[in-house]
Design a protein around this ligand. Structure first.
Ligand code: ATR
Length: 284
């Protein structure tokens, strides 16, 4: 490495990065740097702390950089949309950009979170089916939008959505066709016939409140997934597994959204090795 990219204030050999504020604890460098090495691509994936005020000028500098692309995380996923030169349909419908490819000085925004969510389920559950199936989705925050987009795109026709703040669920149901709102207090009354239960809330995360939900009527065929990956197995997943349900943790979604971004930038689909998963698990 010979020096720094002056404008972006990053090492010169940086070819991709994740921006956010704060960003220090991102696991994305661990994932992408292991794949860069695996694929024999020289260059590094870095974290760049960009404040909201600095985002527009960062995007201008990025256009003229030699980076292949960036990932975008909190708090910039929505605000970066008008700063891109092109936004694809997926990012438009999800209303957030998590991946930008830089081509000929132009910023192309997309969103790989829905892909990550769906792929994680498909690879974890051998007979995973979506078409005409029923789901209950808990939560109506940013992460929920990618989940709804993914489920609808896969052909789910009965999606029940519930959130502590009902208004937020209603707003999403107005946007995503086929989604209907269930009162938060009645969430346990709508699980007996579902094929998939998804937690997109922060309840159950390390240092957060637990997710309280009676699972008595849950059938053992229902796949239960949590977007949370710290802990790797939330209390919800443990209780569902105890009932015989297939369960899927959130770490795979993080890895698969990264896989799609990597292949967009570099044209190669990386191998997701057991060593990488182990390293990620150990980093939590
Ligand atoms: P993310 O981008 O990860 O989805 P978020 O946008 O902050 O994060 O959303 C957090 C989700 O967890 C929301 O659905 C939130 O419910 P509200 O919309 O009512 O805030 C949910 N959540 C967080 N704390 C909660 C709690 N104590 N009880 C119920 N839901 C909670």
């Amino acid at each position: 490495m010979s020096g720094m990219n002056k404008k972006l204030n990053i090492p010169e050999d940086t070819i991709a990065a994740v921006i956010g504020h704060p960003i220090a604890h991102s696991r994305s460098p661990l994932i992408h740097n292991s794949w860069l090495e695996q694929q024999g691509i020289s260059g590094r994936y870095e974290t760049i702390d960009v404040t909201p005020a600095a985002l527009p000028s960062f995007c201008d500098d990025l256009r003229h950089s030699h980076l292949k692309g960036i990932n975008v995380t909190i708090p910039h996923k929505e605000k970066i949309i008008p700063l891109c030169d092109e936004i694809d349909d997926t990012a438009q419908k999800i209303g957030a950009v998590n991946t930008i490819s830089i081509k000929e000085g132009k910023l192309h925004g997309t969103n790989t979170d829905a892909y990550g969510f769906i792929r994680n389920l498909q690879t974890s559950v051998s007979d995973m089916a979506f078409k005409d199936k029923k789901a209950l989705v808990l939560g109506a925050g940013g992460a929920c939008r990618a989940v709804l987009y993914g489920l609808i795109e896969q052909g789910m026709t009965d999606i029940r959505l519930t959130n502590r703040t009902t208004e937020k669920a209603r707003a999403l149901a107005a946007e995503f066709k086929g989604v209907r709102v269930i009162p938060w207090d009645e969430r346990a009354d709508h699980i007996s016939d579902i094929d998939l239960l998804v937690n997109t809330t922060s309840l159950g995360m390390h240092n957060q409140l637990p997710l309280e939900m009676n699972l008595d009527s849950l059938s053992s065929h229902t796949v239960v997934t949590d977007l949370i990956y710290n802990p790797l197995q939330t209390d919800l997943l443990k209780r569902a597994a105890g009932k015989g349900c297939p369960t899927v943790g959130g770490l795979g979604m993080l890895v698969y959204q990264a896989e799609k971004a990597f292949s967009l930038w570099f044209g190669d689909t990386p191998d997701i090795t057991d060593d990488l998963i182990k390293e990620l698990e150990d980093s939590l």
